[in-house]
Design a protein around this ligand. Structure first.
Ligand SMILES: [Zn+2]
Length: 224
């Protein structure tokens, strides 16, 4: 006897595990054709601590944020001149556990709110390297400045013309990251002690305050 038996029910699982619906990502990357059609725009990448706001190592309290003098007016001028504005910041404190991603998100929201209230300006993006450097101080990832990963990735995502863009920061690591990405750079620092050690660390312009930064970037013949 070989009685007929119904086939076993189709399994919903396979070797790779059960099927799952893929949700559309909130921030979908544009596909190549869309990206090509997008007009390329210039941007100014802004370091956060010591450049955009007073440097307070390890601070995660939005109430303690203080924009540096002149930063609000400078950003408003750069935005009206057509520059997209993006923050690019190293936050090794995340890897070291000094603050959590949630705390940092609150800080970021506070900064974006303060900027918007002061200038009406909205940041195009807020780029964060959450990794710690290697024990010898060298970057252990592709995004910690002086590596250019944050800038290059943002350029791809937003259609930014890096050759027409600038990186503004208070350290030579900012300058190097900007140059490695193909941008021009302004070193915003009144400290003349940190002499550039390589051509990549030589800023296209030095500024002592935010008014100088704007003057350099908006000048028809920027300093070289
Ligand atoms: Zn990183």
């Amino acid at each position: 006897m070989n009685p007929w038996r119904p086939p076993p029910p189709a399994s919903t699982a396979c070797a790779a595990g059960p099927l799952r619906w893929r949700r559309t990502p909130v921030r979908d990357e544009p596909d190549e054709p869309a990206r090509r059609e997008q007009p390329q725009r210039p941007a100014v990448f802004l370091d956060k601590d010591g450049t955009l706001i007073d440097g307070m190592p390890c601070n995660a309290d939005p109430a303690l944020l203080k924009l540096r003098p002149g930063a609000a007016d400078a950003l408003a001028a750069l935005a009206s001149a057509g520059y997209a504005l993006l923050v690019a910041t190293n936050q090794a404190g995340l890897a070291r556990g000094y603050y959590t991603r949630t705390q940092f998100a609150q800080l970021q929201a506070g900064l974006e709110r303060q900027l918007h209230e002061a200038t009406g300006v909205t940041l195009l993006d807020f780029l964060v390297c959450p990794h710690a450097p290697a024990p010898d101080g060298r970057p252990s990832c592709l995004c910690r400045k002086p590596a250019p990963g944050l800038l290059v990735r943002a350029a791809r995502r937003h259609g930014i013309d890096l050759a027409r863009s600038w990186m503004v920061g208070d350290s030579l690591a900012d300058v190097e990251a900007g140059h490695r990405a193909g941008c021009r750079t302004v070193l915003l620092s009144d400290d003349e002690s940190g002499a550039p050690t390589t051509p990549l660390r030589r800023p296209d312009a030095r500024a002592q305050n935010w008014a100088d930064v704007t003057a350099h970037i908006l000048s028809p013949t920027p300093a070289s």
